[in-house]
Write a protein that binds this ligand. Structure first.
Ligand code: ZN
Length: 153
């Protein structure tokens, strides 16, 4: 009976060891204001693209734009320092490829979570933080919540 009890008690531990750990979501405070970047001087017919994930974009924003050190950026994104370094290196590599090869950069996806619900207007691409902040803008003749694409998923 005692053994049985122990077995039951340790079940959660057992499951922890067998199942792969769910991937930790990287925390992003603000999504990028644009969908991506396009080089000019490259014919559309031969234009290729690379994908920069949201967490990779965030690493560039925190380290290169805001000038944080890697410890600070890792803490902000809720990841370990080595993980942050990997994310950042991949971001730099992707941007370098786009820059040297004249490719377009699409910014999307990744194992991320935003600190609040974000939307993008389908018409003017304006970023909206939370439905309550969706107000009619100059570019939006039609105005309804249907025009918002959720970014968070
Ligand atoms: Zn709009």
């Amino acid at each position: 009976m005692r053994n049985y009890f122990y077995l039951w008690r340790d079940k959660s531990k057992l499951i922890d060891n067998i199942l792969p750990r769910p991937k930790q979501h990287r925390k992003i405070s603000t999504p990028p204001i644009m969908l991506g970047y396009k080089p000019f001087g490259i014919p559309k017919s031969v234009l290729e693209s690379v994908t920069l994930l949201y967490d990779e974009y965030e690493s560039i924003r925190l380290l290169d734009y805001l000038g944080m050190n890697q410890e600070q950026a890792a803490e902000q994104m809720n990841v370990s320092r080595p993980t942050l370094t990997r994310i950042y290196e991949k971001a730099r590599k992707t941007i370098a490829e786009a820059f040297v090869k004249g490719k377009m950069i699409l910014i999307e996806g990744g194992e991320v979570s935003f600190d609040r619900q974000w939307f993008r207007c389908k018409r003017c691409y304006k970023l909206v933080a939370g439905l309550e902040n969706h107000t009619k803008c100059r570019n939006c003749n039609f105005f309804s919540n249907d025009e918002l694409t959720p970014i968070n998923e």
